[in-house]
Design a protein around this ligand. Structure first.
Ligand code: ADP
Length: 769
């Protein structure tokens, strides 16, 4: 036993001692414990001090309210979650109940305890079911999502949600709410408290698989570019390996391609700043044509809209748009009407979102596979909790085939064979197209079945619950119905339990373990087999030519070699995903540093921090110095233009003896500032604050949008060409400096040129220049 395990077991012993005492308490006395704990926390005890007693109280409440007393392994898991480890617990071990203990303990602090689940269905279900326990114990609980995802929740209701002691929500909602909370215009509109404790369910899927897809909030429309059409056509004239190269999900122009582009668009340097827009659009078109495939990466709806697919799960990502014009480039490629390109106004990746929690923990059935990466990126340790009952599932050896035809044939034969005995069969594939193919073949065999494509978590949960009943056949993508327990129907144990047939090598072994874990919960019997072939999606990475050579009909290839090739493909794919994720962490750390600074300043302003007038004066004087430096020989016209644009709409003659134009501007600014101050009297400070907030938001939104686009343009270039990350960081630093300057200009412009009126409740209404 290592040090961590020893500590967990030591604490388990303490909890169990307390459990004995707590059993004797009446309901009333048990509930009263919550008040006692809160008081003790107020008096200086810590959550660690209270752990044994509070866990015992929660266990007893779990039993009295839900009829389930947590198993020892669940208590161990709960302790690990409280101590902020990432916890591997197999599917079916009861992670939902496990989480009640640390959520209760941390909920006692009055700070926010949040559980992030994989989908809305689970968040609502668990808030309701587990919620009974917290309510019984006198804590309040809320779900942060609505059943109808289109239903808008207003800020007041959101405030009620996030004020609750315990919140169940999804990672998407939490992330968007965090961004929205940092876009509000007044202190009263803020609805989120500071983050404190979080448990992430399916943590590997959130922290690893979803990590490189940032959450982006789009706002005001951007002026629509007219370059999509011509760059799209340009790209269709290119020849692979002559003008562009394609490798490992990356595409870039070769030197020949660059020369050709320069001739084609009649420009001298493709990489200069003024041609940045051309470059960006070419990169977008290249990617739309050569990296993104219809029905694999996106589908086109009846209305002619592009909906993205999450490739690893097959899930439709309705409402999610690729950033920085990629969406429009696909629309152009598919000859659809271009949707309005929007600016990104705020964005964050999950990595950074969850790193904002002082206490972060997570759980999943498969997290140990990502151990090294999680330690490196999140500095988090994985703890493996043993199962309550030993695993009885039989994982039969993988089956390897040359072609998908043979592979699907074998899967169907196995399904027919097992179905005849009445054994329930669950077929799991990574691609939607494969689930559709399986369904067709099952129809040919006259086998009734349901197909789940991870489109509707609520409906799918109902179907997947039944997947363990006698005679039932279910076809699902790996994400469909996740987190829902599959119970075995009467007589199924005797038939060998649920049979999981995995179709296709998945992009990593975690997904495969997840699929197998659908069977054999809580020591029940079950069986799993994976069917793979050289035509599996992962094998693409080996290159088309290479594969065609083998898949040609008559060419013999040994099973051993097929096996080696397929497994190698998975390994490469997994390693490249790890690399990309680390890369995205590096890129995003730049944004994160900037975001932290900006949000802090913003929050201070919202909280009413007043600006020192001398500082403001210094800012406008500096602005003028900068301006004077930029135009060495200032004529009268330029000077008056500056006044009208920055200082005052009404030109006044000042009786200034000095002939120095810079001094003249400075005195003019002093006068304008004094006038404004006089006009606003005791509201001047509030006015300056609002004007600054506006300038800050405008500047930051520009910066977020620019960084997003820059990243999109840069990542199109070959890694061999330049040190891209370095370039990105340098450019990001420069643009941050530029932003600071433009914010300082805008602040003063807003203050001096803003027009103020007062509303009904005497609130300030500002018309910004
Ligand atoms: P997981 O999320 O780990 O896959 P769930 O939380 O869905 O597992 O729980 C699986 C099933 O086990 C649920 O039906 C739950 O009611 C049941 N269960 C969990 N813990 C206990 C327990 N201590 N006693 C009895 N049943 C339990």
């Amino acid at each position: 036993m290592n040090k961590i395990d020893k500590r967990l077991h030591f604490l388990l012993g303490k909890v169990k001692e307390e459990c004995k005492k707590v059993k004797e308490l009446s309901d009333f006395e048990l509930k009263n414990k919550t008040l006692e704990f809160k008081e003790r926390l107020n008096n200086g005890e810590t959550t660690d001090d209270l752990l044994p007693e509070a866990f015992a109280v929660c266990c007893e409440a779990d039993y009295r309210v839900l009829g389930m007393f947590p198993y020892d392994v669940q208590i161990l898991g709960g302790i690990a979650l409280h101590l902020c480890y990432l916890c591997e617990m197999n599917t079916g071990e009861g992670k939902t109940l496990t989480a009640t203990m640390p959520l209760y303990l941390n909920g006692l602090t009055g700070k926010s305890s949040i559980l992030v689940t994989a989908n809305e269905y689970l968040a609502i279900r668990d808030a309701e079911e587990m919620g009974q326990v917290y309510k019984f114990l006198g804590l309040n609980v809320e779900a942060g999502v609505k059943r109808d995802t289109n239903e808008k929740i207003n800020n007041d209701s959101k405030k009620d949600v996030y004020d609750a002691d315990i919140v169940y929500t999804t990672h998407g909602s939490l992330g968007f709410d965090y961004l929205l909370n940092n876009l509000v215009q007044s202190k009263e509109d803020r609805f989120m408290r500071d983050f404190y404790y979080v448990i992430i369910d399916e943590a590997d899927s959130v922290l690893l698989d979803s990590a490189s897809m940032p959450l982006v909030i789009s706002g005001s429309p951007r002026v629509q570019s007219n370059l999509y059409g011509i760059t799209d056509f340009f790209v269709t004239t290119l020849v692979e390996d002559v003008h562009y190269e394609l490798e490992d999900k990356k595409v870039w122009l070769t030197n020949k391609g660059i020369e050709y582009a320069k001739r084609y668009f009649r420009i001298e340097n493709l990489y200069s700043k003024e041609n940045y827009d051309f470059l960006r659009h070419i990169v977008l078109a290249l990617r739309a044509h050569f990296l993104l495939e219809k029905d694999t990466d996106y589908v086109i709806t009846d209305k002619g809209e592009i909906v993205l697919l999450d490739k690893s799960t097959g899930r439709k990502m309705t409402g999610m748009k690729l950033r920085g014009g990629s969406h429009q480039a696909i629309e152009e490629k598919e000859h659809l009407k271009l949707s309005q390109e929007q600016r990104s106004v705020a964005s964050i990746t999950y990595q950074n979102l969850f790193n904002l929690f002082p206490k972060m923990s997570g759980m999943s059935g498969t997290i140990a596979n990502g151990k090294e990466e999680l330690l490196e990126v999140y500095h988090k340790q994985v703890v493996v909790i043993p199962p309550n009952k030993p695993l009885a599932r039989i994982d039969l050896p993988d089956q390897y085939f040359k072609t998908s035809e043979e592979q699907f044939d074998a899967v169907i034969q196995e399904t027919v064979k097992r179905h005849k005995t009445g054994q329930p069969v669950l077929l799991i594939a990574s691609l939607i197209s494969d689930t559709e193919m399986l369904s067709k073949l099952l129809v040919q065999e006259n086998i009734e079945h349901s197909v789940l494509n991870a489109n509707n978590a609520f409906w799918e949960a109902e179907i997947i619950k039944e997947a363990g009943q006698k005679n039932v056949v279910t076809v699902a993508t790996s994400m469909a119905g996740r987190g829902t327990d599959i119970r075995l129907g009467p007589g199924v144990k005797e038939l060998g339990g649920l049979c999981v047939l995995g179709v296709g090598r998945m992009s990593n072994t975690r997904d495969e373990r997840q699929a197998r874990g659908r069977a054999g919960r809580q020591g029940e019997p079950g069986v799993s087999i994976f069917y793979t072939s050289l035509e599996d999606d992962v094998c693409e990475i080996l290159g088309d030519d290479f594969l065609e050579k083998y898949i040609e009909k008559d060419k013999y290839i040994s099973k051993r070699r097929i096996k080696r090739l397929i497994n190698k493909a998975q390994k490469i794919k997994d390693e490249s995903a790890v690399f990309q994720r680390k890369n995205s962490v590096d890129y995003d750390s730049v944004t994160q540093r900037q975001r932290t600074i900006m949000y802090r300043i913003r929050n201070d302003l919202l909280d009413g921090k007043s600006l020192d007038e001398n500082v403001l004066k210094q800012i406008y004087l500096n602005n003028i110095n900068e301006f004077a430096k930029d135009c060495k020989n200032m004529d009268d016209k330029t000077m008056y233009r500056y006044i009208l644009d920055n200082l005052s709409y009404r030109l006044k003659e000042l009786s200034i003896s000095s002939t120095n134009k810079k001094d003249y501007l400075k005195q003019y600014a002093d006068m304008a500032f004094k006038d404004k101050k006089q006009l606003l009297g005791n509201r001047f400070s509030e006015y300056c604050r609002l004007c600054t907030l506006k300038a800050l938001d405008d500047g930051w939104i520009e910066e977020v949008d620019y960084l997003q686009q820059l990243q999109a343009a840069i990542s199109g270039r070959s890694t061999a060409q330049r040190n891209l990350l370095y370039e990105y960081q340098r450019e990001a630093r420069l643009s941050f400096k530029d932003m600071e300057k433009s914010i300082k200009k805008a602040m003063i412009r807003n203050i001096l040129l803003g027009e103020v009126s007062f509303g009904k409740d005497n609130e300030m209404i500002i018309l910004y220049p």
